[in-house]
Design a protein around this ligand. Structure first.
Ligand code: SF4
Length: 441
């Protein structure tokens, strides 16, 4: 059984309210942190080995240490709660059921970073959650954990919740900052990075909800103890939102030492494939990361078990591995059509492209049109190579990672399931009524 740090109290009735959260030991990490210096907190976060839980997996302590500190210029912490990656819903769970864990993490992080005004930018579709967060903020303020001179330390901190308008691109940190400033959410060219010029050109740290919530147990048990959980550079625990053709979809906290096979088939987690069907493929880190067929998902090319952690999932690079990403674990059974699935994702990225760069704006549309043609049984063999060519011209040639996010699913689908694309082209009369299925592999 995995160790629980973030969700250990999630089952307790009323845990979303201050009184219950406090009774369970809530805000003791904040009390401890406020007696430390900001530098000491930063050292704990660095020692923990915590990696950003939004998708990129960049070390959080290192990110914080890049924050510029020009004299007299305010700094900001912005929590990225624009959880729009298809298949990912673990931050929603945290905010809905454990809002004080996020607020406490924000208080500690704001104190460490010197942010007196911090923000939560939340996706518009999570329409009921801002009220939960605002209620928690008011409760924390009434108890003296937010506002002026917190616990007599002289540190002031206000937290504001900003609702987004529902654009996927606003999950990209610079687009998020543009939107927070009241502008259209277009990603900015980097450099300058937000750590130097972020919100209103002030030094800003943008972190994912889960990353900031994880700061609470790090301070609680110390960074060194946190780093002992997990394996290698995959320290601590990770929230995984599991969905697709499984018996038990939901949000699970794992300690990154379990195998992918255990995660999919054990009763503690996904409970196996629905209706006793066979596993065809999985996208383990949200829709942007490469899809992996079952054989490479459960084992690496060397025959080693594949584990639910950053290194093992990526083992073999994009040719045979994938990524931990945001932890949005999408399972596909033997009846799922890879071409249809890839087309759905291509349509999504085409719709969500902000249109600033030509390869993304035009390329995502082309990929969608070609995939639609193949899926309808109207494709030609050369369309597969054309698709491959387009995705290669998008990857690495755009302002923000949405271009890569649109290219990778197409590349991985062709790499691992080319036969299925060819089957659709060779069997136009069956293309709409049957699936290639698993039997052909
Ligand atoms: Fe916009 Fe796409 Fe370019 Fe990102 S990659 S800036 S979403 S056009």
């Amino acid at each position: 059984m995995s160790k629980k740090l973030l969700l250990k109290d999630a089952h307790i009735e009323g845990i979303r309210y201050f009184e219950t959260y406090r009774k369970q030991g809530g805000y003791t990490a904040a009390e401890k942190a406020l007696k430390m210096t900001p530098e000491e907190i930063l050292e704990e976060v660095k020692a923990s080995g915590l990696r950003g839980r939004g998708g990129a997996g960049f070390p959080t302590g290192m990110k914080w240490s890049f924050l510029a500190k020009p004299e007299g210029v305010p700094r900001h912490l912005v929590v990225n709660a624009d959880e729009s990656e298809p298949g990912t819903f673990k931050d929603r769970y945290l905010m809905e059921f454990l809002p004080h864990l996020l607020i406490e993490g924000m208080l500690i992080s704001s104190y460490c970073l010197g942010s007196n005004v911090s923000y939560i930018y939340i996706r518009g579709e999570y329409s009921w959650i801002p009220d939960i967060l605002e209620e928690a903020i008011e409760e924390a303020k009434a108890a003296g954990f937010l506002g002026k001179n917190i616990l007599g330390t002289g540190f002031d901190c206000e937290i504001y919740v900003q609702r987004g308008g529902g654009a996927y691109i606003c999950g990209e940190e610079t687009a998020l900052l543009e939107s927070l400033e009241g502008k259209r959410g277009n990603p900015r060219l980097k450099p300058p990075f937000p750590a130097v010029k972020g919100l209103w050109e002030r030094p800003t740290v943008v972190n994912n909800v889960e990353s900031i919530a994880a700061v609470v147990p790090i301070i609680d048990i110390t960074g060194a103890e946190y780093a002992k959980i997990g394996v290698g550079r995959s320290t601590g625990t990770k929230l995984i939102s599991a969905c697709g053709n499984i018996n038990k979809p939901g949000v699970y906290e794992i300690d990154m030492t379990i195998t992918v096979e255990e995660f999919i088939y054990s009763e503690e987690y996904c409970g196996g494939i629905k209706d006793g069907k066979r596993l065809k493929a999985c996208i383990p880190g949200g829709s942007s990361v490469p899809i992996v067929p079952a054989n490479l998902l459960l084992r690496t090319v060397n025959g080693e078990p594949r584990y639910m952690n950053y290194e093992s999932l990526a083992d073999g690079g994009f040719a045979t591995g994938t990524m931990m990403g945001s932890g949005g674990f999408i399972v596909l059974d033997e009846d799922q059509c890879i071409v249809d699935h890839t087309m759905t994702l291509a349509r999504f990225y085409n719709h969500e492209s902000c249109g600033q760069c030509t390869p993304c704006r035009e390329g995502t549309g082309w990929m969608y049109k070609i995939l639609k043609k193949i899926e309808k049984g109207e494709g030609k063999m050369e369309d597969i190579d054309l698709l491959w060519d387009i995705q290669r011209k998008i990857e690495g040639n755009t302002i923000c990672p949405l271009g890569d996010a649109a290219a990778w699913p197409v590349a991985a689908a062709i790499r691992h399931f080319r036969d299925e694309f060819e089957w659709h082209i060779k069997n136009p009369e069956l293309s709409q009524t049957q699936n290639y299925g698993l039997a052909n592999y």
